[in-house]
Every structure is written in C-alpha cells, then in structure tokens.
Design a protein around this ligand. Structure first.
Ligand code: NAG
Ligand code: NAG
Length: 522
C-alpha cells in the first residue's frame, strides 16, 4: 500500500532534484559541490544538535532525529564492547565517569514528554546515581559455559531488555571475566537518541588516553580531503554527479514506495527489531587489509566491503545448499539463485571530522561541541556470486563504491532526514531513516578507530567493538580499526542467522583467499 506520507516524501525528493539541477553552475568540482548544502548546524536552528554549556539548564527539546528513536518500531540502542587487557576496577571507573561522561548533558538528562505541549520531548537534567548505571554482575567461579560464550550470552540478554526512562538512557556493565582476547570486558548500552555512532565513539575516545602517554588524547586519522578536480574534466564530473544523484534519489524513492530486497536466508521476519540479538566480533590483521588495499589501489573501506561480499556469497551458497540437500546439492557447487537482489545500507559519516579533541575539551571545560544524530547512508547493491578470482570481489566493491562517491545520495538522505520530521512530523521522518534501510538486507558501517594503544581510565584496551540492537534488519556489520587490527562486529537476529560464527568463518576464509592471491601475485 502506498501511503500518503510516502508520496509526499517522493514529491519533496523530486523537488530537491530539480533544485539541484538548477544550481548546476554552483557545482565546483566533485566534492566542492557539497558546499551549497548546509550540514553544519547553527546554534538554535536545530537545538538538539548543539550541546549547550551544562550550567544553562533550560530544558531543550529533543531534536527531531532523537525523537525518531522513540518511535515504537525504532527503539535503537548502541552497544559498545571494550575489551580490557587488565581486570577492571569498578571504583576507578565510577570515579572517572563523574569527571568525563557525566559532564555531558545527554548523559545526565532525562528524556521527558511534556504532555501540555502536545507530547514534545525535552532533555531535563537530573542527578545521576552511578550505582544504578554501572552494573558489576557476580561471576560464578564455576562457569558452566566458556567465558566467551558467557559474555556473548550476557550481551544477548542485554539486547532483550530496554532501559528504564526514569534514568538517563545509558548503562555500563563491567564483566571481570577472562575471554580469549581480553582479561575483562566493559559493555556500554546507550539509547540511540543520545547520539549517533560517530559522536558516541568520539565521546568514548575522549574518555581514553594514549597507553604510552596518560595525558595525551588518542589520535584518530582525519578523513582525507578529496583532491579538487582540475581543468578539463570538471564539467563532465559535475554532470556525472548530478546525473548519479538523480538516479540514486529515484532509487530511494522507489524503495520508499515499493522496492525491497527479495527474500533470502538473510532477510528477517517483520518483527526482527524486537527480538534478541547475538553480537559477536572477530579480528583480522589490519596490515593485511592495507596490503590488499595497496595492491588493488583502493581504500580500506572498499576492501572491507569486498570481503563482506565474498564472505556473504560463501555463506549464502552454503545456506542454499542446506535448503536443497535432498537434491544432492553440495557447498562446492553454485547453489545461488539467479534472481538474488541484495542491497546494503552503507552508513556514511558526513561530519566534517570526528572532533574528539573538542569533546574532550567540552567535558573538561563545558564548552560547546557538535553532537547528535547525523545520519547519512547510501544504498549499495552487493554483488553476491561465486567468483573464480577472489580479487574480483574487491574490484566489484571498488566499482560500486566509486560510483556512490560520485553522487550526493548520502547528503540528500541526511538533509531530507533532517528536514522531513520538521515539515511532516516524526512518523513521516521515520520513513527515510527506518523504512528505507529496513527494505535492504544488510546494514554496514565503518568506523575509524585510534591508531595507537589507548587506555580507558587506566585500563589498556584490547579491542573496541561497537554495534547496535533494535534495528528492523537481521544482519548488521560494523568494521572498526584499532592499532594493527581490524575488528568485524556482527549483530544478528538468531532466528535468521542461527550460525553467526559460521558467517565469520566464511568472512575470514574469503579474506585469506584474497590475501593469498595478492601475496602470490607480488
Ligand atoms: C541470560 O538469561 C537467561 C534467561 O533469563 C539466564 O538463564 C542466563 O543465565 C543469562 N545469561 C547470562 C550470561 O547472564
Ligand atoms: C527466484 O528464483 C527462484 C528459483 O530460482 C524462485 O523459486 C523464486 O520464487 C524467485 N524469487 C523471486 C522473488 O522471484
């Protein structure tokens, strides 16, 4: 059924296409074209996105984006697992939280609905009782399952419950249990209305210091400025940018109206957002990823998308083989149906830069920093097939990503997602932020982590593994770099992907095949 609000969004999107076509002449080179669209919020134009000094206790309304995460089918949470190389001292963590996280207004404010103002949600500062936010479960010494499984189950249980609205919407679980890759694990659970992945990651990093220098903030690689395109190809590039944007926005409109990925073993049931999730992670060598990147002259992100395509192809082929085992199908043969259409919602960080220094400064001095939910994504068709040359997966990923880079899709999504709730209300706003991504099969996000070892309130960190739960989608993949490792985190609905460790094996095996071809070639 085509609903009126879907149509209105379509018309609005079309309007924006026409507007962009009429401002053709302002398109100066590829990325310079991004300038006409304001993405830097002004103070007051969207109050929720600007963090006020915490002594100004006016009750700010939640930004429309933050409200979105209170819609019944969009109760999204961020889970961040931090592996520690030492046992975690809960008292040290609590004492330090007071001077860091608790200086951030979102972490000491309740989200209160004001009935007399038509149910508008406001941030209302409150006094935080840390005992209720920092949870240290008793570990029974004779654990029945392995400790890795224990942590997995613990997080799985966390995803089955939600936070209580009578407190600020975050908690921290300190699990002093030795796992295969850490001595202890800290698990943050944060409601998505507090901020998006990048701002929460920046905030988390602002709570850490370099392991080598306990006074220095970690350094995170800045996003490279795109080279400004010179001379002759300029007009062609500008034309291509507008043309690609039109095609991409039309695809988004089609997705709003009717287009959804076909059913495959990776598509979840309609209620997939409210089921428990299994969130697991595995690391591969970042050096090897960089080696593949250099050999294919592409980017780390493209390599990770390529590995994902390769691993998913293996995994799906296996699932289809299981589906028709009685007909003599084996995993060796190609069992993939010809009509597969699998897309990923690839989230893109559209902030000018992740300002961790600004955030650290803000926590120390109470200054302002950019904050909030800045969502942008592209709809990326994945090429799922069995290929003889493993490098073809990377090549396909590079082609698909290059095409998406020559398009303003992510910025459109962002500016639409920001303006539609203001114009048509939160329900309509959720169409772009939720309905469109839920019609794709996979959610994919890439977060650049620190380049050197860091410590979290004096605890050296072994790994950082952020993920999400509550999303209306059965499989979400995060890739996060940390020092010399690349961490892959899966958040799966267990009824859809009952064997996530098998999926990891397939991803790792694909990675090894690609790596071996590159090494043999050189
Ligand atoms: C998870 O929840 C189940 C059911 O309530 C419980 O039996 C199990 O012990 C919990 N696991 C962990 C690791 O907390
Ligand atoms: C895809 O093809 C398979 C047969 O290969 C068929 O059973 C299935 O219905 C098709 N799916 C769609 C959505 O067309």
């Amino acid at each position: 059924m085509v609903e009126a609000r879907h149509l209105s969004i379509s018309i609005l999107l079309l309007f924006f296409i026409l507007k962009s076509a009429s401002t053709m002449e302002t398109l100066e080179g590829l990325k310079h074209a991004l300038k006409p669209i304001r993405i830097v919020p002004k103070e007051g134009d969207e109050k929720g996105m600007v963090v006020k000094r915490h002594d100004q206790e006016d009750h700010q309304p939640l930004s429309p984006m933050a409200c979105l995460f209170h819609e019944p089918d969009c109760n999204l949470y961020v889970i961040a697992m931090i592996g520690s190389k030492t046992r975690i001292d809960p008292d040290v963590v609590k004492a330090n939280l007071v001077h860091s996280l608790l200086k951030h207004p979102r972490f000491f404010s309740l989200q209160v609905m004001e009935e007399e103002k038509g149910g508008e949600m406001k941030w209302v500062p409150t006094k935080v009782n840390l005992e209720k936010h920092v949870i240290v479960p008793d570990m029974c010494s004779d654990m029945e399952t392995s400790s890795d499984k224990y942590v997995e189950d613990y997080i799985c249980n966390l995803t089955k419950t939600t936070l209580d609205f009578s407190k600020p919407l975050w908690d921290l679980h300190l699990l002093n249990v030795k796992t295969s890759d850490a001595e202890a694990v800290a698990v943050f659970r944060i409601h998505h209305s507090l901020g998006d992945g990048t701002s929460l990651m920046s905030l988390l990093l602002a709570c850490t210091r370099k392991a080598s220098d306990p006074t220095a903030l970690p350094s995170v690689p800045m996003m490279k400025k795109p080279k400004s395109s010179a001379g002759s190809g300029k007009w062609w590039k500008a034309f291509r940018l507008v043309w690609n944007t039109i095609i991409d926005v039309l695809m988004v409109i089609a997705t709003v109206l009717f287009l959804k990925d076909r059913d495959t073993p990776l598509r979840g049931p309609p209620n997939v957002g409210s089921t428990g999730r299994r969130i697991i992670h595995r690391t591969i060598s970042l050096e090897d990823v960089v080696m593949i990147k250099n050999a294919m002259s592409t980017t780390v992100n493209d390599v990770m998308v390529g590995i994902t395509q390769a691993g998913l192809s293996r995994y799906l082929n296996r699932r289809y083989a299981e589906g028709k085992k009685n007909k003599g199908a084996t995993e060796k043969k190609n069992n993939l149906p010809k009509n597969l259409s699998i897309r990923a919602t690839h989230f893109i960080n559209i902030r000018p830069s992740a300002g961790i220094h600004t955030l650290a400064e803000m926590m120390e001095k109470g200054s302002e920093a950019k904050w909030g939910n800045w969502i942008g994504y592209v709809l990326l068709p994945l090429s799922i097939a069995l290929r003889d040359n493993p490098l073809d997966y990377i090549q396909k990923a590079k082609e698909a990503m290059d095409r998406k880079k020559a398009s303003l899709e992510a910025l459109y999504i962002h500016s639409m997602a920001k303006s539609i709730p203001n114009l048509f209300g939160t329900k309509t706003g959720s169409v772009l932020c939720l309905k469109v991504p839920s019609r794709t099969t996979i959610w994919f996000s890439n977060v650049v982590g620190p380049q050197e070892e860091i410590a979290f309130f004096g605890h050296p960190i072994a790994y950082i593994a952020p993920s999400c739960f509550g999303q209306p989608n059965a499989l979400m993949i995060h890739v996060v770099s940390y020092v010399d490792k690349m961490n892959i985190i899966l958040s799966v609905d267990e009824s859809t992907v009952p064997d996530p460790h098998q999926l990891f094996d397939d991803l790792e095996e694909s990675f090894n095949l690609i790596k071996n071809v590159v090494m043999a070639r050189d």
